[in-house]
Design a protein. Sequence first.
Length: 437
Amino acid sequence: MIDQRPAGTAQPRGRLAALDGLRLFAAAIVVAYHLIGLPNSHLYEHHNHDEFGKLYGFATYGYLGVQLFFMISGFVICMSSWGRSLQDFAVSRVVRLFPMYWVAVLISALVVHFNAPLARSSNFIVPVPKSDFLLNLTMVQNAYGVSDVDGVYWTLWSELRFYLLFALVIRGGLTYKRTLGFCLVWIVAGTLAAGANMPVLNLILQPSSMPYFVAGILLYLVHRFGPSLPLFGLLGVCFLLAQHHEYAAITARNHVFGTSNRWLIVTIVLTVFFALLSAVALGWASWARWRWLTFAGALTYPLYLLHQDTGIIVILSMKGRVAPWLALLATLTGVLLAAYLGHRFVEKPMAPWLKRHLKSGLERGLRAGPEPDPTPEPQPTPAPASALAPEPTQTAPPLTKLEPARGRVYMGASESYAGTPWSDRYADQDGGVARTL
């Protein structure tokens, strides 16, 4: 039986330090992929395989860290949106994503612009025109077919589309039943979209990324309400869909990059991802409460944004002059320092300021209510003074006693008409109602 309890009936949960640890792990393997595992990047004097040996082999699977990021995103977005309004959700996403993103776009564009020959020699970095740079500031450049200033930004477009879909559930308020229904509908719709092969459906429903976002949402429901057959049944469906999409991706990657990645290893890696996040959801990782995990987790977003193009160019600038391992360690130190500075001097001061001004602006607009109708109300036409004056009363003549005539008496009759003043004024008051989203 499906539990339909709304928010508030489950026990409150604190911050999950283990989740920050998973963020750090995902960021680390993505960085390893871009700085060690890219097969044809020409970053070092010799091929990456010759320079790093078995580490190169492991690093070639580091691109899967993005899938772990998507799973974590589904978990965190559901957790942070529970019991909050759509307005709060929108503000929190803008505040979380954009300040550091704007700075990262500017830094990457400047580094590539002033090192264009090195960038082109990497076979992965291409300088973008000024117009494309400006469009990148919106984070929707992929919708217009415009290249990313830095190649890692493609995942943010996937995140934005996920937010738009999940906002449909947040709009009505998150409950167990609604959230589980959303997961089921997205799985079915995403599967149909994959079969239809229609670009517009693929754009909206993201069949290849959907299993990871949905898996994260389902595992948050496990974390909040406890395990159940429907939750783990749908989680199993997500895993089966994910491994299938990765099998198709491996074939394409091996053909394009000349790699020899194996489906079995990819499936094992995905199994580890699902198991790790399941352990967090079930509370099995609650022992991991080290404060440094929370600090490291806060650095993962700026590290992700800054590491690829800037890191590649830094390594290329030392090519042939510095030993590969030393160049790699120096680059890692540099991007970690840049991530810390971005968190310390961009995210921490800008986020509260931006959040305060966004919320105040939205609340001011909502309190204002609807615009008043500029058309004046028609006023009633005043009646003429003669109509308002009382009509004259006809006074009966005094009774006159007549002399009896043949035994009959005649009495005068009395008849009165009274005028009544009138008023034709009506009051109509229309109060505006502010709807809080």
